[in-house]
Design a binder for this molecule. Structure first.
Ligand code: GDP
Ligand code: IMO
Ligand code: MG
Length: 407
């Protein structure tokens, strides 16, 4: 069975935790988009691991992990991450493979990324990892792919310094090179997890352009960025928080008001530990935006939602969700493509009583407080998508499964 896990918001929904939770029953785990802009934090028995390029399944001994052709890979960041994993006792040798079609990120791309964002009239607030530059060069058809590393002719677009950089990594990278179409064909019939990075609203096509990343982080990217056709994907799960966060610039219609809601803002940020693992930036926080989430359900044909961070709301008297936007006096219930409309959008909020009970030790949906169940059931009704899994804490074990996922 092929299951895709995507972020259904603007990233950092807890994909890493969920992929790790599901990886135990998977034969292989495949990342298909983005690069070292991603940051996935996984907590197992109070030990915390931060991953950027390597699929979260690496923490399970013996699992094969693949970095797909839709990714842009910085060799320096890759080997640094592998070194850190090794230091933490994770044996990765012989089970990390990279698609021959993946593009490489060269050191100079990072500087170009930072410089270009700085001179923009309205900066995006990129992670400065050279991601947009690598995808732009890929589209211009002058990028550097792993498949071409041992082919001088295909590497004609290199500049001074690039060759010396690549020389340090060439042999180690080529040792991990693989043909993903063949590998995934070999794995047909087995359980394979496709691990999303970023989120559907950061996808270059379905996201809030231009305030997006440059890869295909939506479900569609799982096919094109790995090496199987879309009909081979059996299930798509969208991970979303019980609220909304975003790092970097761009519209966030439900963002808590910095003045009138400053205590709530700080509470959610601190309780949810909403600080980016890649850049350390504080994440912007707001109420759950159901207009945006329903859009993500539709454009990714989500089979189910995985709701994370429910515990963060444990002590609140009331919780709110956004059910429509007011844009210049007009009530809008479909997610707008126009950035001007999204920026002008005022959320129409619906209040729910809080549950005021810790859910962190809950193991079944039945045990959840009724007010929390009401909140979840409203999300299901509004998005017309079942919430199959609920995460009530960052530990692997703090996960409530309502319907068997691998079936
Ligand atoms: P990803 O990029 O989607 O993998 O998410 P990140 O790892 O960047 O951010 C999610 C953060 O929330 C991490 O620090 C996780 O350990 C943590 N987390 C995941 N699920 C939960 C949850 O249900 N409750 C709480 N409190 N934290 C969670
Ligand atoms: P994970 O996988 C949250 C955001 C950046 C910036 C925009 C473009 O951890 O969910 P880029 O460097 O990609 O060109 O930046 O996208 N961004 C993310 N935000 N989580 C991520 O990944 C992100 N990857 C990129 O903050 O606003
Ligand atoms: Mg993250």
């Amino acid at each position: 069975m092929n299951i895709v896990i995507i972020g259904a918001q603007w990233g950092d929904e807890g994909k890493g935790k969920i992929v790790d939770f599901l990886a135990g029953d998977a034969e292989a785990i495949v990342r298909y988009a983005g690069g070292a802009n991603a940051g996935h934090t996984i907590v197992i028995d109070r030990r915390e691991y931060a991953l950027h390029l390597i699929p979260s399944g690496i923490l399970y001994p013996g699992k094969q992990v693949f970095l797909g052709g839709g990714m842009v890979i910085d060799p320096q960041a890759l080997f640094e991450e592998l070194r850190l994993l090794e230091e933490r006792g994770i044996d990765w040798q012989g089970r990390v493979f990279i698609s021959d079609r993946a593009h490489l990120v060269l050191p100079r791309y990072r500087k170009i990324d930072v410089d270009r964002d700085a001179v923009r009239k309205k900066p995006i607030g990129t992670t400065g990892r050279g991601i947009g530059v690598a995808y732009a060069l890929k589209s211009e058809r002058v990028g550097v792919r792993l498949a071409d590393l041992d082919n001088g002719e295909a590497l004609g677009n290199l500049e001074t310094g690039d060759t010396a950089f690549l020389d340090q990594y060439r042999d180690r990278l080529l040792a991990m090179k693989t043909d993903m179409a063949a590998e995934l064909y070999r794995l047909r019939g087995k359980n394979v997890l496709f691990e999303g990075a970023q989120g559907s609203l950061l996808d270059i096509d379905s996201g809030t352009y231009p305030y997006v990343s440059s890869g295909l982080s939506s479900a569609a990217g799982a096919a094109s960025g790995s090496g199987v056709g879309p009909r081979a994907l059996d299930k798509v799960l969208g991970v979303c928080k019980a609220y909304t966060t975003r790092v970097g610039n761009g519209p966030l219609p439900t963002e808590f008001d910095q003045k009138s809601q400053s205590a709530l803002y700080q509470f959610v940020r601190d309780t949810g530990r909403e600080y980016g693992v890649t850049t350390g930036r504080a994440r912007r926080c707001g109420s759950l935006d159901l207009v945006a989430l329903r859009y993500a359900c539709r454009v990714n044909s989500l089979d189910a939602l995985v709701l994370t961070h429910l515990d963060v709301y444990d002590t609140l008297d009331e919780v709110e969700v956004c059910v429509a936007y007011d844009i210049a006096g007009k009530r809008v219930t479909d997610f707008p493509g126009s950035i001007a409309d999204l920026t002008a959008a005022k959320p129409v909020l619906r209040k729910f009583p809080g549950w005021k009970t810790p859910v962190t030790g809950t193991h079944t949906f039945k045990e959840l407080p009724q007010a929390a169940k009401n909140y979840i059931e409203f999300i299901e009704e509004f998005t017309e998508t079942p919430v199959d899994t609920v995460s009530v804490g960052y530990e692997r074990t703090q996960t409530i499964v309502r319907n068997q996922i691998w079936s």
